[in-house]
Design a protein around this ligand. Structure first.
Ligand code: HEC
Length: 119
């Protein structure tokens, strides 16, 4: 009888630990974007869109000089040309033309590409 009880409580403890592990994992997955927290997921809407609007839109929105190469119009315009944009901004740093991004913004963009371009 005592043995059986011990088995049950060991099983319950295991189940509880597994539940705890799952809850913790989910909490990590839904961690909100915070560019200044190392390892946090970078989302397009919260972090990348404001950077592109401030630093790229002036030349790459419809009718502007940069549209000969690429037209910026939000998330899908970036993901559709991801390779070229990543190359111009992160690798060769030829963009933004005539300027440069802050180290923090550049890191956020790099992380966003590396994390698979979260919306
Ligand atoms: C001052 C204006 C200006 C700004 C700001 C600017 N661009 Fe550009 N961009 C251009 C022009 C003009 C071209 C086409 C000629 C060239 O490639 O130099 C271009 C070309 C590009 C290309 C094509 C490059 C290639 O090799 O195919 C990409 C991608 C690009 N820009 C992305 C961006 C991104 C992303 C930003 C913001 C981080 C940005 N640009 C900011 C003017 C600008």
């Amino acid at each position: 009888m005592t043995m059986k009880l011990r088995k049950i409580s060991a099983g319950t403890a295991m189940a509880y630990l597994l539940l705890l592990a799952c809850t913790k994992k989910q909490a990590e997955e839904f961690k909100p974007s915070a560019p200044d927290v190392p390892g946090a997921k970078v989302s397009y809407a919260a972090v990348i869109d404001p950077i592109f609007k401030a630093r790229c839109n002036g030349c790459h929105s419809a009718g502007r000089s940069g549209t000969v190469a690429w037209t910026f119009s939000g998330f899908s315009s970036v993901t559709a040309d991801a390779d070229r944009i990543k190359n111009a901004v992160v690798v060769t740093k030829s963009m933004p033309l005539g300027g440069s991004l802050s180290a923090a913004d550049l890191q956020s963009i790099k992380d966003w590409f590396d994390q698979g371009m979260q919306p």
